[in-house]
Design a protein around this ligand. Structure first.
Ligand code: FAD
Length: 438
């Protein structure tokens, strides 16, 4: 029997710059490509939310369909199966004599735990993981992950001072090994299409990339990046980076290509700067493990916030006393995307004005965001809540000031009807119920 390899796809749904597919391109055995949809994604978590909401699910299904079409053209089949990954993979391995499992290395604590369980269940299995969701691999970094700098600026300065070459993105694979002839692929569920929304998948990602870098937008990114609204004010790559329809290395290389053709400026540098933020949060998540979800994060004391169902519900629904925050939450609920500035304002409001435990906000973003990324989401929430990697110990975005700066004419608030749902009451000073430790 030919050697059989199972590739467990996760946030790497692309055929170009996919190190695993490139390594398998000339493999002489058989290949089983699987993606696992987990039932727990649609059940309530500890924070009253579902890990995957409707916007991300739509985008994911589109990404799976696009990947499936791409590999089908190379004679392969993507199997999308439902279940607990460790159970599904264990069964498949046993039943079909698979000797090797390959997957992209995950930085999240619980995602790593799933792989550990597979290792325990299948001691004979050869497991290979690849770091391909980051710009660098661990050996490229000028320090060990255990010695990761404590804040972003120190990290950036170190990687910029001793620049490790970012590996050039790999070309799209042009062939793949034969599929393991196990069973026909289950059809991928249909995606609910929404007329005005962006589409998921590797083709849409490539199209967006071509469109963005053939426009003048990258040359003025730094001036526009803090706007609340407007598609080309920021790159929007997070939408496709999260599921891996495009890689960070590909985006980085596109910025450098743009600089080569059009000249570099502060704005083009700033896109790379933001990609370094993403990078930092990835390594940070790997470094801190479970602490990424801890109420007090990396700090010794817990914040003076708690859970209050009424305040939390008003934040989620966009019925707080703050029109700007309401508008932001309406946009999030309707589209699955809000700008970085909007995320900062909404997160700061939950923590500082409404005094609610930041983890409930992080879980709500996890459910609602199309571009949810474990490292960026929980890392940024900890940062704002003052329990993460912010050297200043938390951020308070004053809502009136933010409104005056970013929505001086009230256009954004009107567009998302933030002024129509204002509640007059917020009982923030209920000292009896705080603080609550972990
Ligand atoms: C509370 C909060 C939660 C967040 N949750 C997520 C999340 O779940 N997933 C996610 O990808 N980003 C998250 N971010 C970071 C940031 O808001 C988004 O990456 C950005 O808004 C995506 O839009 P863009 O691609 O147009 O970004 P651009 O401004 O065009 O930036 C380019 C790329 O740089 C990276 N980037 C930019 N800012 C950050 C940042 N602060 N942290 C990490 N990476 C960054 C992203 O990959 C982004 O695609 C969060 C920020 C906050 C404050």
């Amino acid at each position: 029997m030919k050697k059989r390899v199972l590739y467990w796809l996760q946030n790497d749904l692309r055929i170009s710059d996919n190190v695993i597919l490139s390594e398998l391109e000339h493999f002489n055995g058989e290949l089983d490509l699987i993606y696992v949809i987990e039932p727990r994604w649609f059940k309530q978590s500890n924070y009253q939310q579902r890990p995957v909401g409707k916007h991300r699910y739509r985008f994911l299904i589109q990404s799976l369909q696009a990947f499936s079409n791409a590999v089908e053209a190379l004679g392969q089949t993507l199997h999308v199966v439902t279940g607990e990954p460790e159970v599904v993979i264990h069964e498949r391995i046993k039943k079909h004599g698979i000797s090797t499992l390959v997957c992209t290395e995950q930085v999240g604590y619980y995602e790593q735990k799933q792989l550990k369980k597979i290792t325990e269940l299948c001691p004979e299995l050869d497991i290979k993981t690849y770091q391909q969701d980051t710009l660098f691999t661990a050996p490229d970094l000028p320090f060990s992950v255990a010695d990761l700098p404590k804040n972003f600026t120190a990290f950036r300065k170190k990687v910029e001072a001793e620049p490790a070459a970012i590996a050039a993105p790999r070309d799209a694979v042009s062939r793949l090994p034969h599929p393991v002839q196990l069973c026909p692929a289950q059809p991928i569920p249909d995606a609910v299409t929404e007329p005005e929304s962006v589409s998921g998948g590797l083709f849409a990602a490539q199209q967006h990339c071509q469109h963005y870098f053939s426009s003048p937008a990258p040359a003025c990114y730094k001036e526009t990046r803090n706007e609340l609204d407007g598609f080309s004010n920021t790159t929007k790559f997070s939408l496709w980076l999260a599921g891996g329809s495009i890689s960070a290395k590909q985006v980085y290389a596109e910025v450098e290509h743009y600089e080569h053709i059009n000249g570099a400026n502060e704005s083009t540098y700033w896109i790379k700067f933001e990609l370094l933020w993403r990078e930092y949060f990835k390594w940070h998540a790997k470094h801190v493990g479970r602490q990424l979800y801890r109420f007090k994060g990396q700090k010794k004391t817990a914040p003076l916030t708690t859970f209050n169902s009424q305040r939390f519900a008003s934040w989620c629904q966009g019925t707080t006393p703050f029109p700007l925050v309401n508008a932001i939450m309406h946009e999030l609920n309707e589209t699955g995307y809000i700008s970085n500035r909007s995320r900062q304002i909404a997160a700061s409001c939950l923590v500082n004005e409404l005094a609610v435990d930041w983890r409930f906000g992080a879980a709500y973003f996890e459910q609602q965001l199309i571009d949810y990324d474990v490292a960026a989401n929980w890392g940024n929430w900890q940062y704002i809540a003052g329990v993460g990697v912010d050297p200043r110990g938390g951020r308070h975005f004053h809502i009136n000031k933010q409104t005056a700066l970013y929505d001086p004419t009230g256009c954004y608030i009107r567009k998302w009807q933030g002024d129509k749902t204002v509640s007059r009451v917020v009982d923030i000073y209920d000292a009896a119920d705080w603080p609550l430790n972990e």
